[in-house]
Design a protein around this ligand. Structure first.
Ligand code: FDA
Length: 391
């Protein structure tokens, strides 16, 4: 164990391990203190056990933050290609699943092992199973007291992530620490999370298990991916993505037939006047969903019996079906957290706190949240790397 480290990194997750590896390889003596019994637990369960470790289409506009420019510097200096080069050097096989999402062919364990190997190469130590009881700062040193000892170093990196999935030990520890040092925190809320339905919309819960490709919208954000009905409401990649933009009380709009151009139902009436709306919907959508939509629209007659204006109105409803979720499944099911330690407090180049020299914040603890699909790990790698260049 390093007794007098140059930097103490709190949290052996994605960002903390990357930071430790890079800083160590730059000649810094680093000690990582981890509360869990082993490092990288979220990496291990990520991407269904195969870790969607980056995305080929990483760009700053695919991240949410109170300051949309903040992530640019780190993301441009440590890119998906840089991480791929590392993965390649370890001979880890990977594949693109969809939409630029890169996964291990084998297991997420390979990514954790690679990061730990990189930490070891830099001479760093990872100490697991430590409960941190206090952190203080005096005389140019940060002192971290755990249940067994006190460590001190001139630099401290907060890499303890966000509060999503508390049953894995995730908590608001990073925010408490930030507040202790006088840093502002942007109200955290669950993101990449299933949404719940009640009232009239609850009827859709009978469709639990039905999935279809949609356009999901909230405000200006729109995602074309699969939506899945669940026994509590809505999930699937399109909904997880839109959940990051959704605010309580807002409606989300679903286009159930994203490939149909305006006027399609009128054209269908001309081509097949005796078809029913139900039969037409069944050609495009899963049967159970088609039936529910047809029931809700209350139309059972043939298309020929409807005016063009009425059909255009139906088209509009199917293209922008409004759900008003009554909430989300919360941090218990959220993949990430929107909000976090304010970027206004940090240098975008080094991730160092402007008002507390020597204090750094990296990864999910920062108010930077990526889309679904490897974007969040890329932020963890890039922000961890950026801090490592400075400590
Ligand atoms: P991370 O959570 O990885 O690490 C924080 C570390 O700090 C943990 O090891 C934790 O135990 C430790 N810690 C917390 N409190 C502490 C304390 N008080 N004392 C000491 N240690 C403490 N992203 C992606 O890009 N692709 C994907 O495939 C997935 N898949 C995925 C699946 C699931 C189920 C979840 C929940 C999340 C994902 N993510 C994802 C998101 C991704 O896991 C997340 O964005 C990164 O792990 C964030 O990296 P950090 O290092 O910031 O936090």
């Amino acid at each position: 164990m390093i007794e007098t480290p140059d930097a103490i990194i709190l949290g052996a997750g994605a960002a903390g391990l990357m930071c430790a590896a890079q800083a160590g390889q730059r000649g810094r003596r680093v000690l990582v203190i981890e509360g869990a019994d082993r490092p990288g637990k979220k990496i291990l369960i990520s991407g269904g056990g195969r870790c969607n470790f980056t995305n080929l289409h990483v760009a700053p506009d695919r991240y949410l933050s109170a300051n949309p420019h903040f992530a640019k510097s780190a993301l441009s200096r440590y890119t998906p290609d840089d991480f791929l080069a590392l993965v390649g050097a370890y001979g880890i096989a990977w594949h693109e699943k969809t939409l630029g999402q890169l996964f291990c062919d084998g297991s997420a364990r390979q990514i954790v092992d690679m990061l730990l190997d990189e930490v070891t190469k830099g001479g760093g130590n990872v100490a697991c199973g430590h409960t941190i009881t206090s952190v203080s700062h005096a005389d140019g040193l940060f002192r971290v007291t755990t249940d067994s000892t006190t460590f001190a170093a001139p630099a401290l990196v907060i890499a303890t992530g966000g509060p999503s999935i508390p049953k894995m030990g995730a908590s608001g520890f990073a925010y408490d620490l930030a507040r202790q040092f006088g840093l502002k925190v942007v109200e955290p809320r669950p993101a990449l999370v299933p949404l719940t339905l009640s009232g009239d919309d609850a009827l859709f819960r009978d469709l639990s298990g039905v999935a279809t490709e949609v356009n999901a919208r909230a405000g200006k954000a729109c995602f074309r991916e699969a939506a899945l009905f669940t026994h509590r409401g809505l999930s699937g990649p399109a909904i997880l993505q839109i959940s990051s933009y959704w605010r309580k009380g807002d409606a989300i709009g679903i286009d159930f037939l994203p490939d149909r151009a305006p006027g399609w139902l009128v054209a269908t009436k001309a081509a097949s006047p005796r078809a029913t709306l139900r039969s037409v919907l069944k050609e495009a959508l899963p049967d159970r969903l088609a039936n529910t939509l047809a029931d809700k629209l209350g139309l059972d007659g043939i298309l020929a019996g409807q005016t063009d204006a009425c059909l255009r109105d139906l088209e509009r409803q199917l293209a922008d079906w409004r759900f008003i979720p009554n909430g989300s499944e919360g941090f218990a099911k959220a993949e990430v957290t929107v909000g976090g330690i304010s970027t206004a407090e940090l240098s975008s180049k080094t991730m160092e706190a402007k008002r507390v020299p020597g204090l750094y914040v990296v990864g999910e603890a920062v108010d930077v949240t990526g889309w679904l699909g490897g974007y969040n790990f890329q932020w963890a790698w890039a922000s961890g790397w950026a801090a490592a260049q400075s400590i």
